[in-house]
Structure formats: C-alpha cells, structure tokens
Design a protein around this ligand. Structure first.
Ligand SMILES: [Zn+2]
Length: 260
C-alpha cells in the first residue's frame, strides 16, 4: 500500500525542503501521513476548480505547486476562500503536499527544465546555494540569436501564443537567465552574471524599466505558463514511480489572466 508518507518522502528527495526560500511553506501541509494514496492529482494552484476536480475524481493527495495554506491561520472557517477550500478538502480526506520554491530550484526542477527547454548550455544557478544547486538558472545559447527567435522558442516550449517583451526583437542575445513565477527579485543577479536577456514568469512595471535601463531584454510569458508545464512533468514522474497510483495533472485549472 502506498501512503501519503511514501509520496512525501519521495517528493522531499526530489525537491528537498532545504532548497526552499526562507519565507516559503513547503512539504506535507494537510493530511495524515499513514493514509493510503490510490489517486493523486498535481496542479499549479488549489482553486475552486482544481479542488472540485480532486474531490470529484476521488483524489487522496493533491501535489500543488503553490502552498495551501500559505499564510499562518488563526481560524479556519468558510468565510475565506482558503478556508472553504481547506474545509472541503479535509472533509473529503484529501491530503496536500506543496514543493513550491524547492521544486523551482531542484536539480530536475522547474528552472532547470526551463533552461533546458530553451536549449541553454553551461547551465548553472543564478543565485548559488548549497552544493551545485540554487535559485534560478543562467546559461548560454549555442549561437547568438535575435531576441525574436528566443521569443518563438519560449512560446513553443511553454505552448503559448503571446508573451510580454521588453527590448527590441531585432537585437541579439546569447546569455540568458530564467526564473519561473513572480521573479523580478532576480534582476540584480542576472545583471551581475552579465546576462543579456532574462525570462521570468511575471514582474512589476518598475522592474521592466530597470531591465530596460540596464540594457537587458526581458521576456514575460506569464506566471501560469512559466510553471504549469512542470506540474505536468511532475505527474509523469510520479506515475512512473508509483505505477499502482492513478496520477493526473489537473485538467480544470486555467490561467486566470486572459487577453481581451
Ligand atoms: Zn508560482
């Protein structure tokens, strides 16, 4: 019998909590480690849609990239969205595990996959940590390319039609930094490593201005797109590891940000 603890131990090995940022809340967040797991759903975020899917399909465990709960709770009632989601999932005896920034930084984590997906070479952490790991990644393209070509590569890898861009599409780029999610804080690190382009999920207007002033191109595919692909990869890894468990990536979660 596969239990919540088996999965939690595997995930801890895959994305060690020691790699998580100090402010983060990762690991087994809800549930009984001794409960069996027959069905497991991965998702980027626990929302009313993804939670309903987990309940409808009888999941025993949700591996959600973003933590729920994230902020410390002093009460758990149906008066907040987080409270409603947690109460519904607890009533359905569904456990929650979140790898979050540990998964961002892991050896086979989101940023490594992003760097490999863009065909970067000599990949190393943008912010070095213990051993050879750390947060974000940077590397070099085999040949300098026009920014427009890198845009197409990002769109192709993340399966999106459009992204936000700071910088002239004709300029050439070769050294590239990547960081998934809301990652404007990595701009200084990318500047220090002399990157001429940075691919991050999303950031603020003023960070875009800073990048422009520093002569660095910035590609913003969106928070959802920069991380959702990795939730699908994680479902495949878990399905291979635990053949007796039915594993699927949420089919109902969507990017809440659209274009009008
Ligand atoms: Zn995120």
């Amino acid at each position: 019998m596969i239990t919540v603890k088996h999965l939690a131990d595997f995930l801890e090995q895959f994305a060690p909590a020691a790699l998580a940022e100090d402010w983060d809340n990762v690991g087994l967040l809800v549930g009984d480690p001794d409960r069996p797991v027959r069905r497991l759903m991965t998702c980027l975020t626990i929302t009313p849609s993804s939670a309903a899917e987990a309940i409808d399909r009888g999941a025993d465990l949700i591996v959600a990239h973003h933590p729920l709960p994230f902020h410390p709770l002093k009460r758990l009632t149906t008066e907040t969205t987080a409270g409603r989601l947690l109460l519904d999932l607890i009533a359905a005896r569904i456990a929650i595990y979140s790898p979050h920034t540990a998964f961002d930084s892991a050896r086979q984590g989101i940023n490594q996959r992003l760097a490999e997906g863009l065909e970067l070479q000599e990949i190393s952490p943008l912010v070095p940590g213990d051993e050879d790991l750390g947060a974000g990644r940077h590397g070099r393209l085999a040949e300098p390319v026009a920014l427009g070509e890198l845009v197409d590569r990002v769109k192709g890898f993340l399966r999106i039609d459009r992204l936000q861009c700071v910088g002239d599409l004709q300029r050439t780029v070769q050294t590239v930094a990547v960081a998934c999610g809301a990652a404007g804080e990595f701009l200084d690190a990318a500047r220090q490593t002399q990157c001429d382009c940075m691919v991050i999920g999303e950031t603020r207007f003023h960070t875009c201005l800073e990048a422009e002033a520093a002569g660095m191109a910035l590609l913003l595919p969106g928070h959802f797109a920069s991380e959702r692909f990795a939730v699908e990869c994680l479902a495949k890894i878990l399905a291979q590891q635990y053949t007796a468990v039915e594993v699927w990536p949420s089919g109902r979660e969507r990017d809440p940000v659209g274009f009008a």
